[in-house]
Design a protein around this ligand. Structure first.
Ligand SMILES: N[C@@H](CCC(=O)N[C@@H](CS)C(=O)NCC(=O)O)C(=O)O
Length: 244
């Protein structure tokens, strides 16, 4: 009997794609969630206690029997190799799967904290400027993903980690922009059908209301970004050119 524990904050953030993957593959795991109400003392504890923060003093952190694995994308790769989920794929196909996960994680998921922590990181910056700086990839990736979706799922006939990373990246920006982003995604027929198909497989009823980050400013910033998008539309066209 294997022992698996995933440690992360009580939010979607970097770990939700990993949670989806473990659940989809039927892995019995402890979904250990640190409170987001006191991230200062959690961060301190992670730095001094390897059991909580692993090699980097950071989460997500995966315990799999005696192994302790750090960093989100390597954790995904470790899980897939442990479960034999890459069986039948050649090296190029595996690299393509990893590229999809990396693109969404690095460009979409990773950009969100920059925005919702902006009141702390760039306290005097106007929202429109912060939004333009951090949302260019988010506005162009739906079209890129549409072009790359050849089967029912990015992973083939069933979802792989790539699907869950793309899903979480898109969900984050659907929440940030609201209606104009939903319209953008709805115009892409394969991606829209894939989104519905994958949503139907995810059974956690709390997912929709779960915060994406540990930022206490998330709700307020998102209320402002949705307002901005209602008034001005998305800051970037899908081809990466600025909207006037
Ligand atoms: N490159 C890491 C980043 C992990 C990361 O920054 N985790 C944050 C929580 S979302 C953390 O543990 N921060 C604590 C700190 O920076 O001290 C990954 O992709 O997993």
């Amino acid at each position: 009997m294997r022992k698996v524990k995933l440690r992360y904050f009580d939010c979607r953030g970097r770990a939700q794609a990993l949670r989806h993957l473990l659940a989809e593959r039927g892995v019995d795991f402890v979904d250990h969630r640190e409170p987001i109400t006191d991230i200062g003392s959690v961060a301190l504890a992670m730095k001094t206690d390897a059991e909580r923060g692993g090699a980097f003093g950071m989460i997500p952190l995966l315990e799999w029997d005696d192994a302790r694995i750090s960093q989100t994308l390597p954790i995904a790769g470790f899980i897939l190799r442990k479960l034999g989920s890459y069986a039948g794929l050649d090296d190029a196909a595996i690299a393509h799967q990893e590229a999809l996960a990396s693109a969404s994680y690095m460009e979409l998921t990773h950009a969100l904290p920059q925005l919702v922590w902006a009141p702390v990181f760039y306290p005097d910056a106007p929202l429109g400027r912060t939004l333009r700086i951090h949302s260019r990839a988010a506005c162009s990736y739906p079209h890129r993903f549409e072009a790359l979706l050849e089967r029912e799922y990015f992973g083939g006939s069933s979802p792989l980690a790539s699907d869950f990373f793309v899903y979480e990246g898109l969900c984050a920006w659907r929440r940030v922009f609201g209606e104009p982003y939903l319209e953008l995604c709805a115009q892409l027929p394969r991606l829209a059908a894939w989104f519905q198909r994958l949503t139907a497989r995810l059974t956690d009823p709390a997912l929709e209301s779960m915060p994406f980050t540990a930022s206490p400013h998330e709700n307020a910033v998102i209320a402002q970004t949705r307002d901005y998008a209602r008034q001005h539309g998305l800051p970037w066209a899908p081809d990466g050119s600025p909207r006037k």
